[in-house]
Design a protein around this ligand. Structure first.
Ligand SMILES: N=CN[C@@H](CCC(=O)O)C(=O)O
Ligand SMILES: [Zn+2]
Length: 405
């Protein structure tokens, strides 16, 4: 197996307290062998590798873990975006525009769009991605989306409960989603999501989706508290969901519930996932990421790449926004966009299964044994991600040990 030594790293973010201090190391080196990191430590103590990359004093950090995207789609919503920028409010119903275009697209068109979006994300330093179905909304179209997604990303989530398709009866559609559609899609996904919001699914419907998902042995996630105060965050905690995402409208009790979800013995809690690019693109309040962290919640930052509310996969942009406008330190934001995302996806420990059923090493950290997912910045420290917002600072990317940029 070929090994690669990356040395002369000015600042290495490991997210691993056993190496360096606070998960950071100066003048560091990393050795990759095959798909994994095998050594991390001071540059001057590094063992030789078959190949050597001189980082030239620049910063290295884990690849971004983007735990929330909707990338199986066709069509364009520029007109809706323009209307929003002219003062119209975002409403869940816009999803049906993409549903129509997605149903009409061929498999090849959807696959090409997915590959394009994943390529953009990789060039921006993203090495792990989740994506959701949710623009098909028939049994066949949802199965198709799940299968296509599995060829391109690390985790696929079933979002049949995205919106009630135009012209359909809400009760009948909910029965379809929680019955035949769930059964057909389940073999191709690792989790079930539900958009709990006015104009999408109310509390009773959300409970039904979460209950049937749980009964079928799948993990759950919730789109919650995006457009107004609602029960999404509390339901996610109650049902032990892996994450609840959006969170622009939270009460102190919601924040307490999310933080408190990590206090139980032996069980994991619910990650609070914030989506800064979406908040900006919909002109909604920024999620209270600072308050969530201060309360003790586990935070993730994700792109929510989709054609309606957040047409970007730039995790660098999301991290910069979290620092400049949400009050996070750069280290908190980087942690949330790497290890936080990994925890939200259940990929922070060795042995998770990718959509092809292949066992994968832990992501979100640079530590011996972890998957070798790293990015090299054209900058001496991660601080430059916020100090130089919008600049293309990612200059090299390794994913599972392979150099992809
Ligand atoms: N909120 C629900 N779903 C997406 C938006 C999808 C769309 O508008 O097409 C979101 O996460 O923002
Ligand atoms: Zn979403």
């Amino acid at each position: 197996m070929t090994s690669t030594l990356i040395d002369n790293i000015g600042e290495l973010t490991t997210n691993d307290d056993t190496v360096g201090s606070g998960g950071r190391l100066r003048d560091a080196a990393v050795v990759i062998e095959g798909e994994r990191v095998v050594w991390v430590g001071p540059s001057k103590e590094a063992p030789a590798g078959d190949e050597r990359v001189d980082a030239g004093g620049r910063a290295v950090l884990p690849g971004w873990v983007d735990s929330h995207t909707h990338m199986v789609f066709a069509g364009d919503r520029t007109a809706e975006f323009e209307a929003r920028m002219a003062g119209e409010a975002y409403a869940a119903g816009g999803i049906n525009v993409t549903v129509e275009a997605t149903r009409a697209a061929s498999d090849a068109e959807l696959a090409a769009n997915l590959a394009r979006l994943v390529g953009e994300a990789r060039r921006g330093g993203t090495t792990t991605m989740e994506t959701k179905t949710g623009y098909g909304l028939t049994v066949d179209d949802e199965v198709r989306a799940a299968k296509l997604a599995g060829d391109h990303v690390d985790a696929v989530t079933f979002l049949g409960a995205h919106v009630v398709p135009a012209g359909e009866d809400p009760d009948a559609y909910l029965s379809l989603v929680t019955g035949p559609m769930l059964s057909a899609v389940a073999p191709h996904v690792s989790a079930v999501d539900v958009f709990c919001e006015t104009g999408a699914f109310d509390e009773a419907s959300t409970r039904r989706v979460l209950e049937t998902a749980r009964a079928s042995g799948l993990a759950t996630r919730v789109h919650g508290n995006q457009l107004g105060h609602g029960p999404g965050a509390q339901l996610a905690v109650e049902y032990g969901s892996l994450s609840v995402d959006h969170l622009g409208f939270l009460t102190p009790a919601d924040i307490e519930a999310l933080a408190g979800s990590w206090n139980g013995e032996g069980t994991r809690g619910t990650v609070a996932t914030v989506l800064p690019a979406c908040d900006l693109s919909t002109r909604m309040p920024l999620a209270p990421a600072r308050d969530l962290l201060d309360a003790g919640a586990i935070l993730a930052i994700a792109s929510n790449c989709n054609p309606g509310t957040s047409y970007t996969s730039s995790m660098g942009f999301c991290v910069a926004t979290a620092v400049l406008q949400m009050g996070l330190t750069i280290q908190e934001a980087v942690l949330a966009a790497t290890l936080g995302g990994a925890i939200a996806l259940g990929m922070h420990e060795d042995g998770w299964l990718d959509p092809r059923g292949i066992t994968q090493a832990a992501v979100g950290r640079i530590a011996p044994g972890s998957r070798a997912d790293l990015q090299l910045l054209e900058a001496p420290s991660v601080t430059h991600l916020a100090y130089r917002p919008g600049m293309p600072l990612t200059s090299a990317v390794w994913r599972a040990g392979l150099k992809v940029l």
